[in-house]
Ligand binder design. Sequence first.
Ligand code: NAD
Length: 342
Amino acid sequence: MKRLIEIYFKSQKSTIFFEPFDNFAQIYPNTNVVLLTDEKVHSLYRHKFEECNTIVVPEGEKCKNLETVVSVINELLKYKADRDTAIIGIGGGSVCDLTGFVASVYMRGLRHSFVPTTLLSMVDASIGGKTAINFDEIKNLVGTFKHPEFVVIDTSFLDTLSDKDYSSGIGELIKIAVISDEKFFEVLEETDLKDRKNINYNIMFESLRKKSEIVIRDEEDRGIRHLLNFGHTFGHVIERDYNLPHGQSVILGMLIAMKISIEMNELSEEVYHRIHRTLEKYLHFKEEIDICKLACGISLDKKRRKNTIDFILLKEIGFPKIVNMKLEDIQQICNKITLELT
Ligand SMILES: NC(=O)c1ccc[n+]([C@@H]2O[C@H](COP(=O)([O-])OP(=O)(O)OC[C@H]3O[C@@H](n4cnc5c(N)ncnc54)[C@H](O)[C@@H]3O)[C@@H](O)[C@H]2O)c1
């Protein structure tokens, strides 16, 4: 059955369709459409790209940089893209972030939409309007806000996703539940999310709804939207230093943020262990982590202001808290904590 959600953001309505989808050009009938995808998605689904002008960028996170933006702009010029052209990003969160960025700067803005092909981009990155590229090893340093017009979720793309990239999406999914709603967390806790059939419409809908509720209250990310960064302060350093997928790094980042919450008498050990049990099922990383070294790395975070950072602690499931913390205080606490990964 076809299903549709409409989310009314200030500057743009985003319409999300849940349906099997073959012809990308149908998203914008009678329009000059350019598709943007990465090498892996293109090689796996080559037949779906035959009808349209297509730009292929390096795979995954490797596409989120200025060099790729320049090459995409050159290709758009080659395809004679003008202000009536629409761009459709077909790929994971990296392709969505890049597509949104190019669509917001090329000729001061083109219409754009997404066909997310990873779990993470289906339940999180495709909605909310954040676009970004990395710069000088700093994650998401350069970016804009621009909502996609349409998001078409076709879960059959998940069939070809690696276990590691799939579990990465589960990390962000659990994050949204942990910061927003115990009932939703309970559903995820009780579901075997490794079985891809179990990530159904209701779970995806709930994730997108919870994220949108937060985004709508703070579209420009100046306050309450920081809550979505739960696990990301350490997550971004882990992603860079350990070369792990984004959502996997966020799982580790959430565990560290919860340990810090315990040290600050905000979170009970009991709730920590409950969330830990669920997160650990989806973690593909069991090595020892040097938390103190990571704590030094957070000084590069783009949310840092002078020597402080808005850090997201957890009090209870559904009750996160933004606390402006001195970097040196975080570093001090990190001397006292360890992670148990079995
Ligand atoms: N804008 C936002 O709100 C937001 C939110 C969360 C994450 N992000 C960003 O999303 C990125 C992570 O996204 P991701 O986890 O989707 O990873 P990704 O886009 O980097 O893709 C991971 C890998 O999966 C491959 N892939 C994509 N679809 C596939 C498919 N159907 N079958 C097989 N392989 C496939 C890619 O080629 C790549 O190798 C990060 O850069 C993160 O910063 C953005």
